[in-house]
Design a protein around this ligand. Structure first.
Ligand code: ATP
Length: 198
């Protein structure tokens, strides 16, 4: 029986970092954000839907969606953020379902689904185990500012638009605290892996 492990966390909390640990061990990782970006390329199913909702102003000079621009809109407007989720979510869910079926047929022992909105969108119901990657607020702000090259106010807005990490932690089977250096995170990862394999 294949086990589905749901991996989630907050913005810049370290989901991809932990996903890489899984990948290094050969586990298949399905990344919801990558699917979203793939389905939103020109000619793909979400491209026209997103532009119809947000106008051509969010298209860059190369005709691809300007993600920074779109983020600036939806992180300042709860209704627009919900609209974007409502448009994109069904297609992403469908694509994830197809990949899960494929890996099941390949008899993969484990698959990891990396989904930022795992609990909010109900993916946890199809998971055998869930892992939340948390980080303390100061570190999260600093990493997000550095990675996205944004100011503190913008970073806070993005963080505060999400379900608090403390809430996600309560809903999760396992928690990895990624506030310190990577070796500490990796130790927690292997501890959890031991428990999942039991
Ligand atoms: P998002 O969903 O917002 O894309 P994420 O949750 O996948 O983010 P990562 O991309 O793994 O988060 O990490 C966010 C940033 O923090 C990256 O720039 C990464 O290099 C850095 N980072 C992650 N973990 C650590 C760590 N333990 N020590 C130092 N930097 C880290």
């Amino acid at each position: 029986m294949m086990k589905i492990i749901g991996l989630t966390g907050g913005i810049a909390s370290g989901k991809s970092t932990v996903a890489k640990f899984f990948q290094r061990l050969g586990a298949k990782v399905i990344n919801a954000d990558n699917i979203y970006k793939e389905l939103s390329k020109p000619g793909k199913i979400l491209y026209n839907k997103i532009i119809s909702e947000f106008s051509g102003a969010i298209v860059g000079p190369d005709y691809t969606i300007d993600w920074q621009h779109l983020a600036a809109i939806v992180f300042n407007d709860d209704i627009k953020r919900k609209r974007l989720n409502d448009i994109t979510h069904p297609e992403i869910k469908r694509a994830i379902g197809i990949l899960i079926d494929k890996y099941r047929m390949m008899n993969e022992p484990y698959i990891v689904i990396e989904v930022p909105l795992l609990f909010e969108s109900g993916y946890n119901t199809i998971c055998d185990e869930t892992i939340v990657v948390t980080v303390n607020p100061d570190v999260q702000i600093r990493r997000l500012m550095n990675r996205n090259n944004i100011d503190k106010q913008t970073a806070l807005k993005m963080i505060n638009a999400q379900m608090p990490l403390t809430e996600k932690s309560k809903l999760s089977t396992y928690i990895i605290d990624n506030s310190a250096d990577l070796s500490k995170t990796e130790t927690q990862f292997y501890d959890i892996l031991d428990q999942i394999k039991r």
